[in-house]
Ligand binder design. Structure first.
Ligand code: UDP
Ligand code: MG
Length: 320
């Protein structure tokens, strides 16, 4: 046991002033019912609204509230990583601030944890109030990810999960900058257990994951757990060049042994464009990997904290 703190609930927030009071109320109610010591670790990811001030105020009269205030927006995956750095509980839960993940599932997670599971994750069997586009793209992404990686990352699972202290300690050792936290949790291993739930609609406000961020998250997921796109590029390249060579033989045959001349601006242009497009695409894939290598080598800290409210700062964090 690291401290006498039993549970830490990590709540990343980015412009969530419309929901945060209700989130605080509902999570507090659930946690009070456990009858054990808990803390709520809010991570303010550079919000431009008043949600951080609200939580700061709560932290003055509710000793279980802590606020990690980032110096700017670092992104959802980094906020939850920071939450893990600061969490002191024996079991750590990550939950979204918008109440799409029902806090009422936490006691069930705790029950599984007490049975000896070290990671209890929540699997969405239904998603309410999200566009068909989001559902389809999300589902396609999870399936591509499953195909491309060797470690098994559970399908249709977000970051809503409970982790044992042992798992959190291992997660803290992983230094990567482009983080895909749910994949990393699978990577560190331990005993996992799934709980099914229906994902609710956002209580208020808008999604902070527009298409651009979803694409980034997907690319992070795939590139940090697989080099299959590179292999696929190699295989496709070999196939294309083989077919090009066969076509060349055919053209030579026509020219040498028949009277028919090879016609062909259209086919020239077609082939040139296809092949050049293919080469550029493969360069793009290579670039994705190289860009990530570059990001990792810079050795910048993962996030910068402006201020911590409530509770005590853990010693020796690299960003302070
Ligand atoms: N979030 C964050 N930083 C960001 C974007 C989002 O901390 O840059 C938080 C957000 O406040 C919420 C959670 O991450 O608590 C999930 O975001 P959101 O609900 O917008 O994503 P969705 O549920 O639509 O996938
Ligand atoms: Mg949400």
């Amino acid at each position: 046991m690291v401290s006498d703190m039993r549970y830490s609930i990590i709540i990343p927030m980015y412009n969530e002033e419309e929901v945060i009071q209700e989130t605080y109320r509902r999570i507090t109610k659930v946690m009070e019912e456990t009858g054990e010591a808990y803390e709520l670790v809010f991570v303010n990811d550079g919000s431009t609204d008043h949600c951080a001030q609200m939580i700061e105020e709560y932290s003055y009269w509710d000793p279980s509230v802590r606020l990690i205030d980032f110096s700017r927006n670092f992104g959802h995956q980094i906020s939850i990583s920071a939450g893990m750095d600061y969490a002191r509980g024996d079991a750590v839960v990550i939950i979204d601030a918008d109440l799409q993940d029902p806090p009422e599932l936490i006691p069930e997670m705790i029950a599984e944890w007490k049975k000896g599971y070290e990671v209890v994750y929540a699997k969405r069997v239904k998603r309410k109030g999200e566009s068909l586009f989001k559902k389809w793209t999300a589902s396609a992404f999870y399936r591509i990810l499953r195909y491309s990686t060797d470690i098994s990352i559970p399908v249709d699972t977000g970051d809503f999960r409970l982790m044992d202290r042992k798992v959190v300690e291992q997660m803290k050792r992983l230094p990567e900058k482009n983080r895909f936290v749910r994949g990393l949790v699978s990577w560190v291993g331990f005993r996992h257990k799934a709980l099914e739930y229906e994902r609710e609609e956002r209580l208020a406000g808008e999604t902070k994951y527009p298409l651009k961020r979803m694409v980034k998250l997907s690319l992070d997921g795939i590139t940090s757990f697989s080099t299959k796109p590179l292999k696929l590029a190699g295989i496709l390249g070999a196939l294309l060049s083989a077919s090009g060579f066969l076509y060349l033989l055919y053209v030579l045959y026509l020219a040498l042994f028949t009277d028919s001349a090879v016609k062909g601006w259209a086919s020239m242009i077609g082939i040139t464009l296809t092949f050049n497009g293919f080469v550029l695409l493969m360069l793009g894939i290579l670039g994705e990997y190289i860009g990530r290598i570059y990001e990792e080598t810079k050795g910048r800290p993962l996030y910068i904290v402006r201020e911590v409210y409530g509770g005590q700062r853990p010693a020796g964090k690299p960003t302070e």
